[in-house]
Design a protein. Structure first.
Length: 325
């Protein structure tokens, strides 16, 4: 039986096009939502064990569609490290900083804005610009926060309050602060869930203890006295040159580096002390070679020898090597 032109057009129109077929395949390949139990299994497969003390950086977008969002990731982290474990995250805030203003701003406007800068409040100062996980963790029950006005850190677990209790204004990422206290546990690891090396705050610690480091001076509003006043603190500069990415390519080859998927995110796990001992000399050499050194008077006693001991203890502690389980 033959089809007339009108009937033939109906048959052709009803057949799916190749574009429709491709769209259908993409839809079928879309990952399913991930629960906290599955994420915990992924973390354990990556190498997270009970009792670990984790410094966590995360891109929720790369982790994927998590049931409960950031809550699901936090529950997975808590489950993976167990009751004896610790979790630490950056909780950096801009509340105490003067915003960048046009160079021709009216002095009266500048004075008004300075007056209205809120200052750091450990309860209310948000870290939303670091992502949903850091902001959700900040207000999680039991989490404590250090008192640094710009580079505060949050922590959860046994001894967390003692770990964040002392956070020097100068060299906030140094070994005299919470990161150094976390290293003292002998269980510290850096966990990166889909985030790149440029966002790894642990590398700021490596630069702080390196022989050479880039310097910036933070001007912040201090609310710890009866009257608010503007103060200054020294710290390492932001990595705007891509140095951390170059350092990360070496760290990715380290024998203790573990890599794998957590959710849909390419993730990394490395002992914190291994990261420091490897990254600090690379950072120092790169800064010296390219003439980007701002400060050269960093005491060498902060820099760990290959055996994990430090040369002197006058201004800081190097990462101690502990037997790993």
């Amino acid at each position: 039986m033959s089809l007339d032109t009108h009937d033939r057009s109906k048959v052709v129109a009803s057949e799916p096009s190749s574009a429709d077929q491709r769209r259908g395949k993409r839809a079928r390949r879309q990952p399913l939502p991930i629960g906290a139990t599955t994420l915990r299994e992924h973390l354990e497969r990556l190498g997270v064990i009970e009792g670990d003390a984790l410094v966590v950086h995360c891109s929720m977008r790369r982790v994927g569609d998590v049931l409960g969002g950031a809550r699901g990731v936090i529950e997975a982290l808590i489950g993976a490290v167990g009751n004896p474990g610790l979790i630490m995250m950056p909780a950096f805030t801009r509340d105490a900083l003067m915003p960048e203003l046009p160079h021709d701003v009216d002095p009266a406007d500048c004075a008004r804005i300075e007056q209205e800068v809120r200052g750091f409040d450990p309860t209310y100062s948000s870290c939303h610009h670091l992502g949903a996980l850091a902001e959700t963790f900040r207000s999680w029950p039991g989490v404590v926060r250090s008192r640094h006005p710009v580079h505060s850190l949050t922590a959860l677990g046994p001894g967390a309050r003692d770990i964040v209790a002392h956070h020097p204004r100068d060299w906030a990422f140094g070994l005299e602060g919470p990161f150094g206290q976390l290293l003292e546990t002998g269980r510290a690891k850096v966990l990166m869930l889909g985030s790149g090396w440029a966002r790894c705050s642990a590398l700021h610690t490596a630069e702080t203890i390196a022989r050479h480091r880039r310097l910036r001076v933070l001007r912040y509003k201090d609310l710890t006295r009866e009257e608010p006043r503007w103060m200054h603190a020294r710290d390492v500069a932001e990595d705007r040159e891509g140095l951390f990415d170059a350092v990360g390519s070496t760290l990715d080859q380290h024998p203790s580096m573990r890599r794998g998927k957590v959710g849909t995110a390419d993730s990394r796990l490395i002992p914190f002390d291994d990261l420091l001992v490897t990254a600090a000399p690379i950072i120092a050499a790169e800064l010296a070679a390219h003439g980007r050194v701002v400060e050269r008077d960093v005491p060498t006693n902060l820099f760990p020898n290959a055996n994990g001991r430090t040369r002197g203890q006058t201004q800081g502690r190097g990462p101690k090597r502990r037997a790993r389980r």
